[in-house]
Ligand binder design. Structure first.
Ligand SMILES: [Zn+2]
Length: 210
């Protein structure tokens, strides 16, 4: 059941950061099934000390969604692939935005970043506005400051690439400080709107950044 799946995952998260993940591919599935997550190193051995700040955030985010989700194998596999990517030293800010994107997408919260909800124009050339309340993307012409958070064309490209690559390959994704800021603003709006509250760990992370 969901509870068992969650505790299995969080059990691997709590000692965290360095684990060995075993998995095998299933036919007709785009993701792999994780059969075993084994802790092989202590958190003190984490390559990137900053990544430890994110651990509580990832765990709280997963926990919030696992509570309302049905037994959710895909969520568990996403979590396990995150643990694997962290153990391999994936860039943590990109990993955080990637994780939020997939978590929100698997829960049906993230609107498709393909076309404008109103005029069907593509979003990759001029960027877009994302409305958390309406759960939709508007193009640069149809959207505006009163209708959500602005995402540049580069941020849209990040989302398109994120939908195709594994977290272990995030070194290669389109990235800049600005992309990170835009996606962080959009995702935290989606999360707080959907959960109707701000996560404790989001506040902690923000205080650490300032
Ligand atoms: Zn439009």
């Amino acid at each position: 059941g969901a509870r068992r799946t969650r505790s299995r995952f969080l059990g691997a998260l709590e000692p965290f950061t360095s684990v060995r993940v075993s998995y095998y591919e299933r036919e007709h599935r785009d993701l792999v099934r994780v059969s075993d997550v084994e802790t092989v190193r202590s958190p003190l051995a984490a390559r990137d000390p900053e990544s430890l700040n994110y651990v509580g955030y990832f765990a709280e985010l997963m926990d919030e969604w696992a509570q309302e989700a049905d037994p959710n194998e895909r969520l568990y596999r996403l979590g396990a692939s995150m643990v694997e990517a962290m153990a391999l030293g994936a860039p943590i800010a990109r990993l955080a935005r990637y994780f939020e994107y997939w978590l929100l997408r698997l829960q049906g919260v993230y609107p498709p970043a393909i076309a404008c909800h109103e005029c069907a124009a593509g979003l990759e050339d001029d960027g877009a506005w994302i409305s958390a309340r309406e759960g939709m993307f508007l193009c640069a012409r149809c959207g505006g400051p009163g209708k959500g958070v602005r995402l540049s064309s580069l941020s849209i490209r990040f989302l398109h690439e994120a939908s195709r690559i594994r977290p272990a390959d995030l070194e290669a994704i389109s990235w800049s400080i600005q992309i990170g800021r835009e996606l962080e603003a959009a995702h935290s709006l989606l999360i707080t709107t959907h959960l109707a509250k701000e996560l404790r760990s989001m506040r902690v992370m923000r205080e650490l950044q300032n």
